[in-house]
Design a protein around this ligand. Structure first.
Ligand code: GTP
Ligand code: MG
Length: 317
């Protein structure tokens, strides 16, 4: 199955909620708008998909003003607009046109990317997928096994590194994650490797310690390689919905995020969670994860995502 099929299938539960709410999405927009029931049901379906209240209000307002002939097209346009970062969205509203999808820029800004997130969201797997992705784009890649807290986490990354031919810098289990990060950042700079992805622990003894630990990891990387990490990417599991958003805010406070990667979109009815992530964090979604394999990671493209949500073909370039 292609990643797009996996995404379409994954989003089918979210899609079904919209269809159940609004009936035939292909019917005439103006006629649908006169039916209060279906609009209220649609509002409910958007909330149920974790789109969030503020975005839901805007989406309904956009649909009312839409020049599209049917509900599905109006809804797709409004959802795509929501998935654009704040500034772009404001600009598009003002100019009265919708964004062009074909401009996904996912390359890191510097050489070191710190990958953070609570336990089990898919950090280590995502790092492996990122390695595969950038190797495929001709970059040299290294990994740092900075999760020294969880037994076997270093081994897990080691296995991926071996499989993909990517060097992994590690340290002793239970050792200091900052020491691993320091060594890896220094080695990256010395070797001139294009990209270093730093895995981090998702859990320590208390939440406060975790955030302090992440700040420390960040500081030592900057010491070993000034100006780095230029990126901190948060991995969020789509299945956790609004709860994940609360986590994201905590991480954002501790180590300002420059990107978000949403995993496990292949099995959730909460596909709408991407909207509050973009709105409330103001941080772009870089990639989405749609499975457990090394290839199941795709740069996030709002228009392609919304098309997959409604099971509409994506036009080829
Ligand atoms: N279905 C699905 N499973 C995923 C995806 N990404 C990761 N997983 C699975 O989620 C589980 C946890 O992944 P890990 O990469 O170990 O997560 P982690 O955040 O590193 O976890 P800790 O190291 O315990 O903090 C594994 O079974 C992965 O295969 C995804 O996009 N879709
Ligand atoms: Mg891990």
């Amino acid at each position: 199955m292609s990643w797009l099929d996996r995404l379409r299938q994954g989003l089918s539960k979210t899609r079904q909620q919209f269809q159940d709410a609004a009936g035939d999405l292909g019917t005439d927009l103006q006629e649908t708008l006169t039916r209060l029931d279906s609009i209220e049901d649609l509002e409910y379906a958007l909330i149920a998909a974790d789109v969030g209240r503020a975005a839901t209000e805007e989406i309904l307002a956009d649909i009312r003003k839409s020049g599209k002939s049917n509900l599905q097209d109006a809804l797709m346009e409004a959802l795509t607009l929501q998935l654009e970062p704040d500034r772009r969205r404001a600009q598009f509203r003002q100019l009265g046109f919708t964004p062009d999808a074909r401009r996904t820029v996912v390359d890191p800004r510097g050489h070191v990317v710190m990958v953070v997130g609570v336990n089990g969201v898919g950090k280590t797997t995502t790092i492996a997928k990122l390695g595969e992705y950038y190797l495929g784009r001709g970059k040299s890649v290294m990994f740092a096994a900075g999760d020294t807290f969880r037994a076997a986490a270093g081994a897990q990354l080691g296995v991926w590194g071996e499989r993909l031919g990517i060097p992994v810098v590690g340290g002793p289990e239970g050792g200091d994650p900052a020491a691993v990060a320091y060594d890896a950042a220094a080695a990256r700079a010395a070797r001139g490797t294009d990209l270093l992805f730093v895995d981090t622990a998702g859990r320590l003894h208390t939440k406060h310690n975790l955030m302090e630990e992440l700040k420390k990891v960040r500081r030592v990387i900057d010491k070993a390689d000034p100006g780095e990490p230029a990126d901190v990417w948060l991995v969020l599991d789509a299945v956790t919905g609004q709860n994940g958003l609360a986590q994201a805010k905590k991480f954002h406070e501790a180590t300002p995020l420059t990107g978000v990667i949403v995993t496990k979109l292949d099995g959730t009815a909460k596909g709408g969670i991407l909207i509050p992530i973009v709105r409330e964090l103001g941080v772009p979604i870089k990639f989405i994860g749609v499975g457990e394999g090394a290839h199941d990671l795709q740069p996030f493209d709002p228009q392609a995502f919304v098309r997959a949500l409604f099971d509409v073909e994506v036009p080829r370039d």
